[in-house]
Design a binder for this molecule. Structure first.
Ligand code: ATP
Ligand code: MG
Length: 460
């Protein structure tokens, strides 16, 4: 039986161990996020990992070691996964099988080693006591990200905290406190020591946050672009022409922010918006009329996208799609020309809605308004899709009653035969779905053929 949170709390108290709720769960409580919308609950405990495991198993819970290095144990509760980490500290526990972790002896020692003050608040699960040694609640109130203690040391200790901070800018809409930001700037080249997987995971979280433009801008401000996204270094200050309100960087972040998404398309569309103008800085040239031109930037951008996706180790399928969306983002078929609309849709391999979302967002930060065109293109694509669906349903344009009236005949198996013939013609694209007039012509012709006379021989 999967135990409840209450049972877990009681078992730790029984065993004489402290168990504190901490991290994002407590932070989000003070931000007013309802419990069901907060992430997994993070706990800190005085129990060593072996002891946590023993307590979990004694309760009959499924138990897993999540972070061997950090001594984090996952215990599955009815309320969801509890991630329980032994107090971190500066003292090395000899003989431990977690050689990289140093276990601490108190919750305050643990909180002092956390990334940001807003994440360094803890609530004792047995007594309800609240520990907030770095006034994290004030920082939540002011919406500030501040590293506890000496920020430079904190980032030098673990440079991933720099990216976590920028990710929280996007997820929470908080601002990085000045001294903390200065420390990020001072330690930013340490980002190169992180594994690509961890960097990519943080960029992904940043992109999928509620305030991605602010997150990206923070990334630029602290000087992280050359270290983790060098492809973007040439964008800030790369001016465009009179059709644009921003430089290429400002336009890019505005597009990421503007793109319409649903939970399923969120990641793909935000990435596509981020990458769509990658090719602009390298192709920029002066046109005859003296303005900046970006001829073929979508082609160069798609090639750069391939290389970037490989470097970041994005999935194969996602990389191919991103490259396709970048390559096609300047496509502009005439919505009144059915052939061009169908070709446009086929090139996009089922992703025309993603491309339209990109085109609309791209346009949102232009100085001119192209909504009308996009509405017409969308309507044209919807029409093609509806026609195609009707074709696949392959319904006979005429039903039995209509056929009897048309040919003035009694009901019989002949109806099924004509309907089958008509629906096959629809499926083959030789008869438009719902074209009753042409269907009637065909039915009349069939009505006079020998095949149908077979009905009378059947005796029906
Ligand atoms: P989320 O809402 O994404 O779960 P979170 O703040 O809970 O955000 P987790 O990755 O779940 O983030 O980590 C839980 C807590 O552990 C953090 O709030 C923070 O206190 C601490 N923590 C995580 N990673 C680090 C790190 N690299 N350095 C210091 N403390 C960290
Ligand atoms: Mg968490």
């Amino acid at each position: 039986m999967t135990p409840t949170r209450e049972a877990l709390i009681a078992a730790f108290a029984e065993a004489g161990h402290e168990l504190w709720l901490a991290g994002g769960f407590v932070r989000d409580e003070f931000r007013g996020v309802p419990a069901k919308d907060r992430g997994d609950a993070d706990y800190a405990t005085s129990a060593l990992p072996d002891e946590t495991e023993r307590i979990g198993r004694a309760l009959g819970a499924t138990v897993a070691t999540i972070g061997q290095r950090f001594g984090t144990t996952g215990v599955l509760l009815q309320e969801g996964m509890a991630e329980i980490t032994t107090f971190r500290g500066d003292s090395y526990t000899a003989g431990s099988r977690w050689p990289d972790v140093t276990f601490g002896s108190s919750i305050d020692e643990d909180l002092a080693r956390r990334d940001f003050t807003v994440n360094a608040i803890a609530r004792n699960t047995a007594t309800g006591e609240l520990r907030d040694p770095f006034a994290g609640r004030d920082d939540i109130e002011r919406r500030l990200l501040r590293a506890p203690g000496d920020p430079r040391m904190r980032f030098a200790e673990d440079p991933l905290r720099i990216l976590r901070g920028v990710r929280f800018v996007s997820q929470l809409g908080f601002t990085i406190e000045e001294e903390t930001k200065a420390a990020m700037v001072a330690t930013v080249e340490l980002l190169e020591t992180l594994s690509q997987e961890r960097v990519t995971a943080e960029i992904e979280r940043l992109l999928c946050g509620k305030h991605p433009a602010e997150g990206l801008e923070a990334l630029r401000e602290i000087g992280a672009l050359p270290h983790i996204l060098p492809e973007f270094v040439a964008m800030p200050g790369c001016d465009q022409n009179r059709f644009h309100k921003f430089d290429v960087w400002g336009h890019t972040t505005a597009t990421v922010e503007a793109i319409a998404t649903d939970p399923e398309s969120l990641s793909l569309r935000r990435w596509a918006a981020l990458l769509h103008d990658l090719g602009k800085p390298p192709v920029r040239h002066v046109k005859k009329n003296g303005e900046w031109g970006f001829y073929r930037h979508e082609i160069v951008g798609a090639e750069m996208t391939d290389a970037l996706a490989e470097r970041l180790r994005l999935g194969k399928r996602e990389s191919a799609l991103l490259s396709l969306l970048v390559r096609r983002h300047m496509d502009r078929p005439d919505p009144d020309d059915g052939r061009l609309v169908r070709r446009f849709m086929r090139r996009l391999d089922g992703h025309w809605r993603d491309l339209l979302a990109l085109k609309r967002a791209d346009n949102a930060s232009h100085a001119y308004d192209d909504n009308e065109y996009h509405d017409r293109l969308e309507a044209a694509c919807e029409r093609v899709e509806a026609e195609e669906a009707a074709m696949l349903r392959a319904e006979s344009p005429l039903d039995g009653r209509e056929l009897m009236a048309l040919l003035d005949r009694e009901p019989g198996p002949w109806i099924a035969r004509i309907k089958e013939r008509l629906s096959t013609l629809v499926l083959d694209g030789e008869l438009a779905p719902g074209d009753k007039e042409e269907a009637a012509r065909i039915a009349r012709r069939m009505g006079g053929t020998a095949a149908l006379l077979a009905d009378t021989e059947d005796g029906s």
